[in-house]
Design a binder for this molecule. Structure first.
Ligand code: G1P
Ligand code: ZN
Length: 543
């Protein structure tokens, strides 16, 4: 085993986005590509000497190889203790939990979240900082700068670490510890939700299905739901993480988790259905016969969280990303707690959580979380739902309907136009920004524009301003359309159009989403000239 410096030259494209660096697998497989980026991260971690680092990934294709590279480079870069999940597996929330619990300087998480895996699929590397959340832009900017001037990386020429066996190995001055991927996370969950109550629910005959979509949550869900809470074997399906996710697109929404949807909407639906994404930070909740939108889920969890021991004191506040429906705001108003609207992406929640301004937060894209870590947490959301179900002793669909009856229903849909040419997408957004001042008072699809803006966020904690976060159009008929471009895609541009309409009248809570939202969809299409700019007659995915 020798410590070596290897000469290298920069790659121009290593600019990390909000969720780290994401590219197709073959891009990462280029010689020195991974090494360059990892060295740029380590060089940016100023206090790495003698510090603890957490390493793990979602098990996708190339995970094991890159884990070995990261471990050897970390040992050569001054970290003294490196915690790595067994088999190289750590869900994003578990990594966040470990960083906080073991006071690590940060963690390297290998994942492209909900994007498909496999030899032609996506791969990603992100860095989470010492509070457990994604690195702030100042950090990722510095990493990018570093990638542009890198000349060497450091590593140990050593045989691979055995990732299958728990235990410690010395590598140079560092100790590499292969840890149980699930144990610390389970311990944390036990402090937040009432395991005994949920176990009693299963004893009473309650049945659920958790679809892990052959991604990283399988081992967590099996250990907690089947192992600790006594759910029958087979409750967790697709529970073994696979390099290509078994062909699944591990994005928990009605389109990609269609098997679960078919079951839950069919005659043999169990009492509750849930799914999680590639790296385990997203969740999908399905009641018998009824998909629960993530926006509604956040609102319902906000209304009932106090029933779980971790939240028995009540909530400080709730935050949602701007495109998430306003359902949670209505609950916050009733509870008399603060509600925040942040730009898309988890990092904006971290400041609010750190400052104690909010306890729960969530996004329309199936991310829900709380102050227990600094990432969204898929399985946590499922467990909190179970705790609430165990306390209320009512069917999940009834809880949702009663929620709508009490607060009104926010019909909601997201239309994604994927892999459109970047120039076309940019032109559409430029067009919208140009016409914004003239929109108020105009009528589209029978709806009248009341107000509109290009969302800018002022962080209530540090006062920083983040402009141009998406176009919001509010209609007088209590409807809203939001337009923004995805920041996480790996091919071309993705236009996201978020549509919502508030319906206070319980007699109108059983419309189809399409009927409820057709006018907003028409208004959005007309005013943004979506067909003309994108060259598409319909969205690629509706969730
Ligand atoms: C998407 C989601 C966003 C989420 C992010 C990371 O980002 O829309 O809510 O935080 O993935 O999981 P986008 O591609 O829209 O920029
Ligand atoms: Zn994810």
């Amino acid at each position: 085993m020798t410590l070596t410096q290897v000469s290298t030259t920069p790659f121009p494209d290593q600019k990390p986005g909000t969720s780290g660096l994401r590219k197709k697998v073959p891009v990462f497989q280029q010689p020195n590509y991974v090494e360059n980026f990892v060295q740029a991260i380590f060089d940016t971690v100023e206090e790495r000497e003698g510090a603890t680092l957490v390493v793990g990934g979602d098990g996708r294709f190339f995970n094991r190889e890159v884990i070995q590279t990261v471990l050897k480079m970390a040992a050569a870069s001054g970290f003294s203790r490196i915690l790595v999940g067994q088999r190289g597996l750590l869900s994003t929330p578990a990594a966040s939990c470990l960083i906080r619990k073991y006071k690590a300087i940060g963690g390297v998480v290998l994942s492209a979240s909900h994007n498909p895996g496999g030899p032609d699929g996506d791969f990603g590397i992100k860095f989470n900082v010492s509070h457990g959340g994604p690195a702030p832009e100042t950090f990722t900017d510095a990493v990018f700068q570093r990638t542009q001037s890198i000349t060497h990386y450091r590593t140990h020429r050593a045989s691979d670490i055995d990732l299958d066996v728990l235990g410690e190995t010395r590598l140079g001055n560092a100790t590499i510890q292969v840890i149980d991927s699930v144990a610390d996370y389970t311990e944390l969950m036990e402090t937040l939700v009432d395991f005994d109550k949920i176990a009693a629910l299963f004893v009473s005959g309650f049945r659920m299905r958790f679809d892990a979509l052959s991604a990283v949550t399988g081992p967590y869900a099996k250990a907690i739901l089947e192992g600790r809470l006594g759910a029958p074997a087979g409750t967790v399906v697709n529970g073994e993480p696979k390099p290509d996710f078994g062909g699944h697109h591990p994005d928990p929404n009605p389109v990609h988790a269609h098997d679960l949807m078919d079951l839950m909407l069919g005659p043999d639906a169990p009492d509750f259905g849930a799914a999680s994404d590639g790296d385990g930070d997203r969740n999908m909740i399905v009641a018998p016969g009824l998909f629960v939108t993530p926006s509604d889920s956040l609102a319902i969890l906000t209304a009932h969280a106090h029933l779980a021991p971790g939240y028995a004191q009540g909530l400080a506040g709730v935050a949602r990303s701007m495109p998430t429906s306003r359902a949670a705001d209505r609950v916050a108003a009733k509870l008399g707690i603060r509600a925040f609207e942040t730009p898309t992406g988890w990092k904006f929640f971290a400041n609010l959580l750190d400052a104690g301004l909010v306890t729960l937060c969530g996004e329309e894209s199936a991310g829900t979380g709380s102050n227990h870590i600094r990432e969204k947490d898929g399985l946590w959301a499922v467990l909190l739902w179970l705790n609430i179900l165990a306390e209320l002793k009512k069917p999940a669909d009834k809880i949702v309907r009663e929620h709508w009856a009490a607060f009104g229903r926010d019909y909601y849909a997201r239309h994604d136009y994927e892999e459109i040419e970047t120039t076309r997408a940019d032109a559409l957004m430029a067009h919208l920004r140009e016409i914004l001042p003239s929109l108020p008072g105009q009528v589209f699809g029978g709806l009248t524009v009341e107000a509109c803006d290009d969302f800018a966020y002022t962080d209530p904690v540090d006062g920083s301003v983040t402009p141009r976060q998406g176009i919001r159009i509010l209609f007088k008929e209590d409807a809203r359309a939001v337009f923004r471009l995805s920041g996480t895609g790996t091919a071309g541009a993705t236009l996201r159009v978020y549509l919502e309409r508030f319906e206070p009248d319980p007699r109108r809570h059983d419309l189809s989403r399409q009927d409820a939202l057709s006018a907003v969809a028409e208004a959005a299409n007309t005013l943004a000239k979506i067909g003309e700019f994108t060259g598409r007659s319909a969205p690629s995915v509706i969730t």
